[in-house]
Design a protein around this ligand. Structure first.
Ligand code: B1M
Length: 209
């Protein structure tokens, strides 16, 4: 088994203590950080499929998520790009009722790399808290909202409406597995991105256009 396959298997198995070392070994073997990251994202898809099939339950999903986060910690310094913060501030969070944060953390990492200062509000963030963060921080140009559950898609809609009502000039980007470009348009978001890399491109595009 290659190191990258070992990383994938150990994330799926939720082996938090083993994953960082294996990620480092994969890097030492010359594997690209993006390739290792993709392997871990693929692991989480497998975990999701097993959960859907009833083969595993919430605790197993949680420990796999923790294992992936430990692996991402090793990659994070290597994926940093432009740290000038010249493009302004981006407030990011996972919307109310939703506790998923791995995708949001990857999006945050990539938008930061594109040259924004990040204010990360964490998970289960109310629409009002997003607005308060725009008020409390200097030069906020982007609000980025992540949502992973179909049940919390209405919270995305409410967040976009609340932020745009309070700060029409601030651009709002939405994303997350159940979100589609059509839904983003329907709820009045300024941008949609399917993944972390394209979220960074979209954020940059919105403030430089
Ligand atoms: Co949950 N969960 N979960 N879960 N979980 C999903 C999302 C699910 C698809 C699993 C499944 O059934 N197959 C399903 C949702 C079904 C649906 O609504 N359509 C689900 C469910 C049902 C639940 C619970 C309701 C289970 C329960 O309690 N019965 C519960 C809800 C809790 C809550 O939030 N209130 C729950 C709980 C959890 C854990 C807490 C145990 C854990 C999360 C831990 C954590 O995040 N710290 C967890 C996990 C790990 C998952 C899966 C397995 C993996 C999610 C993940 O991290 N993926 C997930 C299955 C799956 O995704 N296939 C699942 C990897 C990550 C990199 O991808 O987050 O999609 P993702 O992010 C991507 C893109 O979506 C995009 O970029 C990222 C990659 O580049 N993106 C953006 C994300 N945000 C963006 C924002 C943007 C742009 C792009 O712009 C701002």
């Amino acid at each position: 088994m290659s190191k990258i396959q070992e990383v994938k298997a150990m994330v799926e198995a939720g082996k938090s203590k083993l994953v960082p070392g294996l990620v480092q070994e994969a890097l030492d073997e010359g594997r690209a950080p993006t390739e290792i990251l993709q392997a871990m994202v693929d692991s989480m898809s497998v975990v999701g499929e097993k959960f859907s099939a009833g083969d595993i339950f919430v605790p197993e999903m949680l420990i796999a998520a923790k294992a992936m986060s430990k692996g991402v910690d090793v990659l994070k310094p290597l994926m940093a790009g432009d740290r000038s913060n010249a493009l302004g501030t981006c407030v990011i969070g996972t919307v109310a009722g939703d506790l998923h944060d791995i995708g949001k953390n990857l999006v945050s990492m990539m938008i930061e790399s594109a040259g924004f200062e990040m204010v990360d509000l964490g998970v289960d963030v109310s629409a009002e808290s997003f607005v308060q963060a725009v008020k409390d921080n200097d030069n906020v140009k982007i609000v980025a909202c992540s949502g992973l559950l179909t049940t919390t898609m209405p919270a995305l809609k409410e967040t976009v409406a609340t932020v745009k009502a309070a700060y029409p000039a601030v651009k709002v980007i939405v994303g997350g597995a159940p979100v589609t470009p059509a839904y983003a348009t329907e709820v009045g978001a300024d941008g949609y991105a399917p993944d972390a890399g394209s979220a960074a491109v979209k954020a940059k595009e919105l403030v430089t256009a």
